[in-house]
Design a protein around this ligand. Sequence first.
Ligand SMILES: NC(=O)N[C@@H](CC(=O)O)C(=O)O
Ligand SMILES: [Zn+2]
Ligand SMILES: [Zn+2]
Length: 345
Amino acid sequence: MTRLTLTRPDDFHLHLRDGAMLQGIAPESARDFARAIIMPNLVPPVVTGAEAAAYRERIAAALPGADFTPLMTLYLTEQTDPADLVAAHKAGIVTAVKLYPAGATTNSASGVTDFTKVAKVFEAMAEAGVPLCVHGEVTAAEIDIFDREAVFIETVLDPIRRAHPGLKVIMEHVTTKDAVDYVRANPQGLGATITTHHLILNRNSLLVGGMRPHYFCLPVAKRELHRQALVEAALSGDPRFFLGTDSAPHSDDRKECACCAAGCFTATNTMPILAQIFDREGRLDRLEGFTSHFGADFYGLARNAGTITLEKTAEPVRFPAKIETGAGPVTVFEPGFDLYWRVAG
Ligand SMILES: NC(=O)N[C@@H](CC(=O)O)C(=O)O
Ligand SMILES: [Zn+2]
Ligand SMILES: [Zn+2]
């Protein structure tokens, strides 16, 4: 197959940042994607309905004339007001709520430390049908960074889901076989996003031959067997696994330094990379479900009406190495193999 027309895709996990960075990188997502779940980890974070509405306006202003709908999230804190959250959801301002364990990742200092303090918020969300997006890593210093997702599932996520069986949960950017198995074992109200880069990277990619800051993200890439489990889940056609790129731009000066920021920037070339991966595995027929149907279905959103067409090329396709922004250059994710797919329109 050399041409493939798909329902326009959605990105169910995206960082657009703010200010000059937002201006520079938002068009990279709006080109291929119709909608995206916008992460709220700004500095300071987006915690109220009013802040989400104002952020949505700034995103719209950065994308004049674009056919792109930002789906906003609130950053859950121990002070979150359930009434404000539910009202913002009812008003169509907020689509979901994001849980960051305090200190787990970039800009997560205001996250939750004591999960019993947000029980009332979870109750209100379950009642109103507001989904909870979860950054699933524990942060205790004694837990090895490669084990943090698996330990989170057992010690935090599973207890929350048992206490609030009506809560719809999305495990964001899953990186382990443990997470894939947990989703499969729990058919009710549980989904997971998979990123583009975690389908490609294992921990060797990050560390062998020198440290690669542009491959450093959180949760960190794991052993090869985990990457294989993610590829298998993404290609399986199981509708509980869908695309959330976690495209997370940082300017090069924040990546190429002694203590580099976590995040891979994949907005520019995600669709060609995914086409290549699905094609290589002989499963192009499953790409549309993963990128354009399953996430919308899980969130209870209508599927997009528009389409995009992907085209297979004879020669490798070149992408810009960097996107220049007013906040500095941002390096585009380099998959480590030639790409023979491009978005034709
Ligand atoms: N994924 C990352 O490595 N970084 C994200 C935060 C996140 O999604 O955890 C960011 O905001 O930069
Ligand atoms: Zn995260
Ligand atoms: Zn993220």
